[in-house]
Design a protein around this ligand. Sequence first.
Ligand code: PLP
Length: 465
Amino acid sequence: MIEKKTLKKTTNERSELNEIDNNHVWHPFTRMLEWDSSEKLIIDKALGNYLIDTEDNKYLDATSSLWVTIHGHRHPEINRAIKAQLNKVAHSTLLGLGGVSSIELARELAQVTPKGLSRIFFSDNGSTAVEAALKIAYHYQQTKGNLKGGKPLKFIAFTGAYHGDTVGAMSVGEIDKFVARYNPLIFKAHRAPYANCYRCPVKSTYPQCKLKCLSKLEAILKKNPKSIAAIIIEPLVQGAAGMITSPPGFLKGVARLAKKYKALLIADEVATGFGRTGTLFAVEAEGVVPDILCIAKGLTGGYLPLAATITNDKIYRSFLGTKQNPDAFYHGHTYTGNPLGCEAAIANLKIFEKEDTIKKIQPMIELLSELLAPLNDLAAVGNIRQRGLMAGIEIVQDKSSKKSYPAKQRIGERICKEAEKYGVLTRPLMDTIVILPPLSIKKTELRRIVDAIKKSIITITKRSN
Ligand SMILES: *Cc1c(COP(=O)(O)O)cnc(C)c1O
């Protein structure tokens, strides 16, 4: 007989929850040596744009529960859709079977994504969406033989990129802290500079630079003829890098070069998708149609893990083989096309239409810029970056040299902890404070968020202006 310590059925006592969390939960991206659950909030409920902890305190969810919540928590229509699906079937597979929910969602996604993107491959999260995209691009380029005669196929990715934590996604990512230790495991990718204007890679200024940084990308393409399977990019905003916003024309320039050198373009819209940048997908802003589009985070409105890798008919067809020699994409996940996730995603898209979400957020985007502008006067604020409802406030020790605070001071973390006191929850990216609210955010709430962050910056850095 296996003896297992029985946990009490109800663990509502805060101290008990703390003990169990400390003993059993391994938190992601977390130095567990320093973890003490009793110093943390434990979220029990949520409503609208608020998270509610075990002590019934309400906090504005200023980071959309890590960039996923779209129309707010417990939206009645998404709740209803999931409950209705539960009465039908929670899960069945897409291996050898169809599913009503995934069929309907595929039709919707084919309609709302840029023209030509018509084949939807479902998976569970952003990393898996990227892994599938990389393999699809590689497979396509091999099969088509477009690139024959070149060196072995490789990818071009950008400086500071983040595409997820699985090994393939890490290989195209470049945040050293996340990747360095696993270097022997990852495949090498070419690295082109992202248009990071605050720390310009070609030491110039937009727009006089005429996007000179693109010439570095072109140099890589020229130097590696017929051997670039794809260029992978976070369009308009590199999220995890610190909300790095690229200037107008950069994305279009990348797309133009991809086409010129017959490399595919993979748009990783896991973070930027579903309205965050002000259009439903970020690529729309520059009229770019990628060969492959990756979506995840906001796909279900922030309810359930679901992702999709979407491509065009031409790429899809290269996987079919011939009648004599039929081929397949030998890749897939157990929970592919999960009906509960698909129903949440369908409801999410319906709300975009019904509530005219994209139109509704335009004044919020403007208000956010207005609210953020005065923070530029703070001595500790080096740079404010905003695209749509994605914003980052970079805290620096020295404004003129752009020098960061010593990492040990954890200035970003401490500022966010301070903001909790004002009932605002966010999470920094190193020393960049993130404001990425649900699209359902209200004007008064947006004001409260920026105000709390401003006060917290002043308190923690002890510097106003
Ligand atoms: C979050 C993120 C991913 C990874 O998504 P997960 O669901 O965490 O695996 C990939 N790409 C981008 C741009 C992201 O922001």
